[in-house]
Design a protein around this ligand. Structure first.
Ligand code: FES
Length: 319
């Protein structure tokens, strides 16, 4: 899928809406004209709502069937309205404006084994992966599905249809991660040829990242979605573009990338969520706050991911 194609917006029909779990609804989307673009496991679409609000949702149906896109949406208690809108104002027969699909979370084709870790609504891209691997009759797969309880876990009824029980471990922690998946134990030693895919809440992804420091970096894959309509965490800070002699302020509501673009500087990005590695930038001084899932501890002494990093005080970039 080229970037140009993935940016094109199109209207799709909501052909069905289903309750999948507590506060999770599934939406099936179909083309109103022509065909939907094909997608691969791990891909997501962007839903464009009013006031330039955009949200990314992974496609969870079988990639072999691109006559529809199935997405699942968690109604966020503290969200800013997009998930509430989808839950409360979108019904069968509604239309939505979407773009994509785009995939920053592709399955590598030749792993000896896949370890898939899903937390809560993070099951959505992982489910498409399980479907694809099952269709390939690839058996060396282990899915760890973490949720607060069975009532909070979507697609539990689907899993037995697409994988055997030995491939699935359910981890219901009742809201206390101490009783959940022990990622340190799971990832205590790198396994040659194994690739780990993780999608879920940031604390889960961080704990996987930290537990897997001995693993080759290219064997670890993360998917994370950030709202693209602002509201970054943390205080305002300054950046200095050393080679250009420019100082800019990054306010609470914006990322470094957004501020640079607003000031006419081109920055290459892809995921804009700290998972793909495209925006890796050297810094020469300052105290960055790293919010990515790709840099090693050692690399963090030298680089930041400018799509998601913040800083305390002034951060000087080698740009
Ligand atoms: S654009 Fe993907 S890590 Fe920054």
């Amino acid at each position: 899928m080229s970037n140009a194609t993935s940016q094109v917006r199109r209207v799709v029909l909501v052909s069905s809406v289903k309750e999948l779990a507590r506060n999770i609804k599934g939406f099936e989307l179909k083309a109103t004209q022509g065909r939907l673009s094909p997608f691969t496991a791990g891909a997501h679409i962007t839903v464009h709502l009013e006031h330039d609000v955009q949200r990314q949702y992974s496609i969870c149906n079988d990639p072999r069937d691109s006559s529809k896109y199935q997405i699942a949406v968690l109604k966020e208690a503290n969200g800013r309205g997009a998930s509430r809108y989808l839950h409360e104002a979108v019904f069968p027969g509604s239309t939505l404006l979407i773009s994509g699909p785009v995939n920053h979370f592709e399955l590598v084709p030749d792993a000896a084994r896949y370890v898939l870790i899903a937390g809560g609504i993070g099951i959505t891209p992982i489910l498409a992966m399980v479907r694809e691997l099952s269709a390939r009759r690839f058996a060396n797969v282990r899915l760890h599905y973490c949720a607060r309880s069975a009532s909070d876990a979507a697609f539990l009824d689907v899993l037995p249809e697409i994988c055997i029980s030995e491939q699935v471990a359910l981890h219901f922690d009742g809201g206390n991660p101490r009783f959940g998946l022990d990622v340190r134990h799971l990832l205590r030693e790198p396994e040659h040829g194994t690739h780990v895919y993780c999608c879920g809440p940031v604390p889960l992804m961080r704990s996987v990242r930290e537990a897997a420091t001995a693993w080759p970096k290219d064997a670890l894959h993360f998917e994370s979605f950030k709202p693209s309509d602002g509201e970054q965490d943390g205080d305002a800070f300054d950046i200095v573009l050393r080679r250009r002699g420019t100082r800019l302020t990054v306010p609470t509501s914006k990322s470094i990338v957004q501020v640079m673009r607003e000031n006419g500087f081109d920055v290459e990005t892809s995921c804009e969520a700290g998972t793909c590695g495209t925006c890796k930038t050297r810094y020469t001084s300052g105290c960055p706050i790293h919010n990515d899932f790709v840099l090693s501890e050692q690399e963090r002494n030298e680089f930041v991911m400018v799509c998601c990093a913040r800083a305390i005080g002034t951060l000087e970039l080698d740009l």
